[in-house]
Write a protein that binds this ligand. Structure first.
Ligand code: NAD
Length: 354
């Protein structure tokens, strides 16, 4: 099959980690007989330098004409003094809006080999963790009316049935590809919004009789994530609760260099990127962990291209390189073998080819 991918390396380590992910894509393409047609585009600080704006129109055009987008990271100290509206990070908002991406997928996977990286006790972790947080990205309190008077301020949380329905469907489709278990997180004991959220989730659930659904208040969910994270498969929730819970879920896995993410819209097109930033402190030194970006590519194959077997092969290759004791600096521990960015990428490629 033939797929068009827009590749936006961005700034700092974004450039180094996407280079490894691109190599992985090429290897998978050769192994399974697919053509991944990749077009590079500028966004972030490098785009400000070259084109005078963080998200040039031609970059958005390349993305719109692609089947998916792979993004490294944007930003860095060079552009830190620019006013908010001109900063590199505006490119992310512009891409999400321009591509209509309303669902944010943040898997929190703790590999057996990295159990020690988790701040949680081994008996809580067991043989590892695998949670998917599905967060609504373009609605709720972050986008509602807000205002301020001299001695007060307000923010409005509003969700329409349509907005809840579409994010819930994304979560159910994902659950169907996983362990068919969804926990919907809300605050329905207090918020009218959440009561509507529950009703809509229940309605959509009828279309997926094979998926088990339960509801949890957000305060309890925050507690359960550290008390007994293994009970979760897919968590679906609104924008603000998802923002907080996805960070909590990812931190129980340990390293930021291991965390992928995806943002999806109504069609198949998605944007896939590591959770981390451009890490100016280690940029250009072959120290960055490319695994978050490589697993983001696996997510692209799974969720945008429906290439499940190919995605599995990448994820298994990552696990087996970790099992063999190879580590980048951020996940290094005693007795393990240190690998740079390019070496780690190559080790994963060798596993895929095996
Ligand atoms: P960061 O994620 O870039 O770095 C935080 C720490 O984690 C650093 O010590 C860094 O060395 C380490 N780290 C991050 N990714 C790593 C990897 N793959 N391998 C090994 N170590 C890694 O966050 P920050 O320092 O707060 O931000 C730096 C810049 O990135 C800022 O300009 C920020 O705005 C931008 N940023 C961009 C995105 C994005 O593009 N999606 C996300 C977050 C931050």
């Amino acid at each position: 099959m033939n797929f068009k991918i827009a590749v936006i390396p961005g700034d700092g380590i974004g450039i180094e980690v996407t280079a490894q992910a691109v190599k992985v894509l090429k290897t998978v393409g050769e192994k399974f007989g697919h053509v991944f047609e990749m077009t590079e585009a500028d966004a972030g600080g490098c785009a400000i330098d070259k084109h005078g704006e963080p998200l040039p129109a031609q970059t958005l055009e390349v993305c719109k004409n692609s089947d998916s987008v792979l993004l490294g990271a944007v930003g860095g100290p060079k552009w830190d003094t620019l006013p908010g509206s001109q900063r590199p990070e505006q490119a992310l908002l512009g891409l999400r809006k321009g591509l209509g991406l309303f669902a944010n997928l943040r898997p929190a996977v703790l590999h057996q080999a990295l159990k020690d990286a988790s701040p949680l006790k081994p008996e809580i972790i067991g043989d590892g963790l695998d949670i998917m947080v599905v967060r609504e990205l373009t609605g709720g309190i972050y986008f509602g009316d807000r205002g301020r008077t001299e001695d007060a301020a307000f923010d409005t949380m509003k969700y329409s049935v349509g907005e809840i329905e579409r994010i819930t469907r994304v979560a159910f489709e994902i659950a169907m590809k996983r362990n068919k278990n969804i926990v919907s997180v809300d605050k329905a004991n207090i918020l009218e919004n959440s009561r509507l959220w529950r009703e809509v989730v229940e309605k959509v659930a009828k279309e997926y009789p094979g998926v088990q659904v339960s509801h949890m208040y957000v305060d309890n969910a925050a507690m359960q994530l550290v008390r007994n994270p293994k009970q979760f498969d897919v968590i679906v929730t609104g924008n603000m609760f998802g923002d907080i819970l996805s960070d909590e879920a990812s931190m129980i896995t340990g390293s930021i260099g291991m965390l992928p993410s995806a943002s999806l819209g109504a069609g198949k097109l998605g944007m896939y990127e590591p959770v981390h930033g451009s890490a100016p402190d280690i940029a250009g030194q072959d120290k960055a962990n490319p695994i978050a970006t490589i697993i983001s590519v696996a997510m692209m194959l799974r969720y945008s291209f429906n290439l499940t077997q190919e995605a599995d092969v990448i994820e298994k290759a990552v696990s087996s390189v970790l099992d063999k004791g190879y580590r980048t600096g951020d996940i290094m521990s005693e007795g393990m073998q240190l690998a740079g960015t390019a070496a780690m990428g190559q080790l994963i490629i060798d596993e895929i080819q095996d």
